[in-house]
Design a protein around this ligand. Structure first.
Ligand code: GSH
Length: 218
């Protein structure tokens, strides 16, 4: 481990924070969690809005450094612990493709999926940030067909971001479960880190639901 500052992950189960926790598990570093019950609205309370004014998880604090936004969090943590080998170095030719996949996630994939979920007309190819949903998903399929990972043989933090995202987007029917995606998901789901966090998430989410019901009942 290259640094010893305390790490706190601001977390809520079965959300976009799940992947950030999986990444910390893969990095094999100690971390604490500040868990928010989103079903009880804790993410909109002043204490958390001071961490992320958007009231969104994940956020991560390492010493005095606070990072929000999934892409930024993955980039930061994987670079902070280079010995885990989840981020190509700045001078590595793979760095370009790695950054591209980390950034395409937030700047293209999420807007495309949200437009689809909301049944919003996305506009023409030159009006959207992602050209078209089909071209984006086809590009992802091409990369994963070659596989086994986004950068070929090399597994990186970008695979955790995309693997976890593909899991929930295919589950909700927002992304068609093409064979290349299913094979990729099987590889990601088979990781010990993913299995551990998924099991703990299920238990935590059930506790949150029960606590929110108790709160409503007064
Ligand atoms: N742009 C943010 C989005 C994060 C996000 O949407 N998180 C959801 C959980 S899946 C959230 O915190 N929602 C709480 C709310 O909006 O009340 C990122 O990529 O980190």
């Amino acid at each position: 481990m290259s640094q010893t500052q305390p790490i706190t992950l601001f977390y809520s189960p079965q959300t976009r924070a799940t992947g950030a926790r999986v990444l910390l598990e893969e990095l094999k570093v100690p971390y604490a969690m500040d868990v928010l019950n989103m079903k009880a609205g804790e993410q909109r309370q002043p204490a958390y809005l001071a961490i992320n004014p958007l009231g969104k998880v994940p956020a991560v604090r390492v010493g005095d450094t606070l990072v929000t936004e999934q892409g930024a969090i993955y980039l930061y943590l994987a670079d902070l612990f280079p010995e885990a080998g989840l981020a190509p170095a700045l001078t590595d030719p793979d760095r370009g493709a790695y950054l591209r996949w980390l950034f395409i996630y937030g700047s293209c994939f999420e807007p495309a999926v949200v437009d689809r979920f909301m049944k919003r007309e996305p506009g023409s190819m030159n009006e959207t940030p992602y050209a078209s949903y089909e071209s984006l998903i086809d590009m992802l399929e091409e990369a994963l067909k070659a596989g086994p990972y986004l950068l070929g043989e090399r597994f990186t933090a970008a695979d955790l971001l995309w693997g976890i995202a593909l899991r929930w987007t295919t589950m909700f029917g927002l992304v068609e479960a093409r064979p290349a995606f299913q094979a990729y998901l099987a590889r990601i789901d088979g990781r010990v880190s993913v299995q551990k966090v998924s099991a703990e998430d299920a238990a935590m989410a059930a506790e949150h639901e029960a606590a929110a019901v108790r709160l409503k009942a007064g």
